[in-house]
Design a protein around this ligand. Structure first.
Ligand SMILES: [Zn+2]
Length: 462
């Protein structure tokens, strides 16, 4: 890890603190600081809290989940910053620094001193009405918002509540400097999301679930986990509670330990599942919407993507989970079975952040294509794959077939699980009958089996 300065800050964090203070000094009231997940944004605002507390200022730190509140409290305590909690179940204790649940703060707003500084963690939630009310109530207070993704999931702008955006170093910089793990990205499958309806900027859950809660996709996830990340601590990102339970069951049937974790579980179950990932008693944690913010699990090394999302914010949050560096941890491994890379690019792509809301994306044009040899995304202009040596020719760029195109035929061969493996493998990898036969032979099948799979199940001409 890199050297830190006298205050215990890494260089980019010291730079951030200076930039934020300068913005306030030059007249901005509300400042947003952006830093990729794992870049240590908490250390930045901890320093700012400390500076203000030393100057006898009143500081409110706002968070919107219990997990974030207890994480922040732990951080301040570790830094020796005395503070109170304005949250349900806690009596008010007079301290200059308070960590506030937004819901409780709204109710107690009359009985507490005016803050000089309000810090809002995960500030992309700031357009929620209760946040706006709090900000309006104390017009003299400075505001600092922090987030990895200064963009609301629905794409609405932040510039009516934030005066100035300060962006930190890029994810690639943090990887190269050793603050984050590097990664490999595999994209074995796609899911066609065309025709799916949107709500709040993302796919309607029931429709997304219908696309991905399929044995054929889960089976592929297990195959690729075994091939690329066998027994590596993994998070499987799922689209619904039922989907997560299905994924966990299938992984268990395949011989792994896997636990589904979601909002219907109690805290003890969730903690046990996370601890299991760390001590090796749990291989795969199948989660739904739970690990977005405030839950730290640096040992998770693989992300099994089974939830298609249209939200770049959610995509980057999930990627950030497995990019945190930890002692003894290897490169992170992404197994994207739902084509999120085609919508959002790769995690460390340079991104332009703006307070003005969603930047219009050029649709239908991806910077990447999938290498048929190793299923890794590579830049579209690539002629020879840097990972496996596959060579593209002018005509043979045929895409591998996606699982749902063959799902219908798999119904016919249900129960013959080995043949199903063969058909799937051919569907994914073969572009000619000759290749299909080679695959069949490599798996111990006769060439006639390949012929049947190719012509009858996959409806190709021989
Ligand atoms: Zn390749």
């Amino acid at each position: 890890m890199n050297s830190s300065d006298l205050l215990g800050l890494w260089p980019h964090q010291s730079y951030a603190v200076a930039g934020i203070e300068t913005a306030w000094a030059s007249g901005a009231r509300s400042v947003c600081y952006q830093l990729p997940t794992g870049g240590g944004k908490t250390r930045v605002f901890r320093t700012i809290v400390d500076n203000h507390a030393a100057g006898r200022k009143v500081v409110y730190l706002m968070a919107h989940t219990r997990a974030l509140i207890s994480q922040l409290s732990g951080e301040l305590e570790a830094a020796g910053i005395r503070h109170g909690l304005i949250a349900a179940g806690y009596p008010y204790i007079s301290h200059r620094v308070q960590i506030c649940s937004i819901q409780t703060l709204v109710r107690r707003v009359n009985g507490i001193p005016d803050p000089d500084l309000v810090i809002i963690d995960e500030v992309h939630h700031v357009k929620a009405k209760s946040y706006l009310n709090v900000i309006k109530r104390w017009p003299a207070a400075k505001i600092l918002g922090v987030t990895a993704t200064p963009r609301r999931p629905d794409g609405k702008p932040l510039n009516d509540v934030i005066d100035k955006l300060i962006t930190g170093p890029s994810m690639r910089f943090l990887i190269d400097e050793g603050y984050l793990s590097d990664y490999v990205y595999f994209a074995p499958d796609d899911v066609d999301m065309s025709g799916t309806h949107m709500r709040g900027g993302d796919y309607v859950t029931s429709e997304a679930v219908a696309k991905v809660d399929r044995r054929v996709i889960i089976g592929s996830a297990i195959d690729h986990y075994r091939e690329h990340a066998d027994h590596v601590p993994a998070i499987a990102s799922c689209a619904s509670i039922e989907h997560a339970e299905h994924v966990a069951t299938e992984f268990r049937d395949a011989g792994y330990t896997a636990v589904a974790v979601h909002s219907k579980n109690d805290q003890a179950h969730i903690k046990r599942a996370i601890r299991g990932l760390q001590d090796g008693t749990n291989n795969v944690l199948c989660q739904v919407n739970l690990l977005g913010e405030g839950v730290d699990m640096p040992h998770a090394q693989a992300l099994i993507g089974l939830r298609p999302t249209n939200s770049e914010v959610i995509y980057l949050q999930q990627a950030g989970r497995v990019l945190r560096s930890a002692v003894g941890k290897g490169d992170a491994i992404f197994l994207d079975h739902v084509g999120n890379w085609q919508r959002h690019g790769l995690p460390d792509d340079e991104r332009a952040w703006s307070l003005a809301g969603r930047l219009e994306r050029v649709t239908g044009i991806s910077k990447y294509k999938r290498c048929p040899g190793c299923v890794r995304p590579v830049p579209v202009a690539t002629r020879v794959c840097p990972h496996c040596g596959h060579q593209w020719t002018e005509t043979a760029e045929a895409q591998s077939r996606v699982p749902e195109q063959v799902e219908g035929v798999l119904v016919n061969i249900k129960g013959q699980s080995q043949r199903q493996d063969l058909v799937l493998r051919i569907a994914r990898q073969a572009r000619t009958l000759k290749q299909a036969i080679a695959i069949a032979k490599s798996m111990g099948y006769k060439h006639t089996e390949a012929y049947v799979a190719w012509t009858r199940y996959l409806k190709h001409r021989a």
